[in-house]
Design a protein around this ligand. Structure first.
Ligand SMILES: *Cc1c(COP(=O)(O)O)cnc(C)c1O
Length: 379
């Protein structure tokens, strides 16, 4: 099976991790700050705080912004469930905004229409690795005096009008899960230019304690104070060493993802019933996902392609259609564009180590599926 996404692990990664295993620090050691510095520089931003995964990063961002019971946060209808769940962790209420069916990026007009007196933040999601319409979103956030959060889990290495993902909102978050642009196994990061928010995230990831063990060792004091309720959301040195080693190769991986996407785009231009999502010319796409919409029966195409060894997938069902959210009163029909496009989307394999032959095989099988089911599915 050709998977829809896959990590790239090379000799340098093995050496980086082995080096930490031979050192004195497995968890909060020197690699954490080094990785934070490297990601901050990569994104052109002041502060970066490493956490245990992307979901923890979202949770920490919501906590730092002071989201609590009674507060509403506008999130896109089509995203991974964690984007909305982080609001619920804090006792807040996610309010779902509709998406643009050509890009699956959140629709700024829909975002603005969902703002109420109880809204406390807006979350944008760089779906598939393409940065959102940040000029419009920042303007809406400014007009309503709301913080803008970027869930850039798909988009490390992407950019908008020359500005890197991570530098486009008041606070941005990344995931380093193996299918994401780079991996630390599990891992995440919160980045911001706001020192107060960064400080809150730093405390939140370490039980609400204001100093870490190495800082106490350095100052020769045993004393620590817990000032707020936090979690153990730390990212180990082992993972940070892997992340540092990966980050050096990220730009070449993004180039390869774009190369593959360009080959797909050309092939599907000539295939009836298969249409790639639109990528905007003013931004660099990260192609964490390569998504097409199908004219016919998506579920039939999914099964046929899986049976043919192509690990296609669906990203994502509108979040509020999951039983957890339905049970909390979110009705079907809430975001019509999201629901309509959801029934036709399919993610095709794309990852840096994918060979030209594999890309050709995917194209051949997708086109065969489209032809074969031309009468059955795609009419
Ligand atoms: C992967 C992902 C997350 C969660 O990241 P984890 O590291 O898996 O916790 C959140 N939001 C989006 C959009 C994601 O793709």
């Amino acid at each position: 099976m050709i998977p829809y996404g896959k990590q790239t692990i090379e000799e340098a990664d093995l050496e980086a991790v082995a080096g930490v295993l031979r050192s004195d620090w497995l968890t909060t050691g020197p690699k954490v700050a080094e990785f934070e510095r490297a990601v901050a520089e990569f994104c052109g931003i002041e502060h970066a705080v490493a956490v245990s995964n992307g979901t923890a990063a979202l949770h920490a961002a919501m906590a730092a912004l002071g989201i609590g019971p009674g507060d509403e946060v506008v999130v896109p209808a089509i995203t991974f469930v964690a984007t909305a769940n982080a609001v619920v962790y804090q006792g807040g209420t996610p309010v779902f905004a509709d998406i643009n069916p050509e890009t699956l990026l959140v629709d700024p007009d829909s975002v603005e229409s969902k703002i109420s007196d109880r809204t406390k933040a807006i979350v944008a999601v760089d779906y598939a690795g393409q940065p959102c319409d940040y000029d419009e979103l920042r303007e809406i956030a400014r007009r309503h005096n709301l913080p803008l959060v970027s869930d850039a889990c798909h988009a490390l290495g992407a950019s908008y009008k020359g500005c890197p993902a991570g530098s486009l909102a008041d606070i941005s978050i990344f995931s380093f899960h193996p299918v994401k642009p780079l991996t630390t196994a599990e891992g995440g990061m919160v980045v911001t230019n706001n020192p107060e928010l960064a400080g809150k995230v730093r405390t939140f990831r370490n039980h609400g304690i204001t100093t870490d063990f190495r800082q106490r060792e350095a100052s020769g004091s045993w004393c620590y104070e817990m000032v707020s309720l936090g979690f153990n959301y730390r990212l180990p040195d082992l993972s940070c060493a892997l992340g540092l080693s990966q980050l050096a190769r990220l730009p070449s991986w993004i180039r390869r993802r774009n190369e593959i996407a360009a080959v797909y785009d050309r092939a599907f231009m000539e295939t009836d019933g298969v249409r790639p999502l639109v990528s905007k010319p003013d931004r660099t796409h990260g192609y964490h996902l390569y998504v097409v919409t199908l004219q016919g029966d998506r579920n039939a195409a999914y099964t046929q392609l899986r049976d043919a060894g192509i690990g296609v997938n669906v990203h994502y069902m509108p979040v509020y259609l999951h039983p957890f959210y339905r049970d909390r009163g979110y009705p079907a029909g809430l975001c019509p564009a999201a629901e309509k496009v959801f029934s036709s989307i399919l993610s095709l394999p794309v990852y840096p180590l994918m060979t030209d032959e594999q890309v050709g095989e995917v194209i051949g099988k997708v086109c065969a599926t489209a032809d074969r089911s031309g009468q059955v599915c795609f009419q």
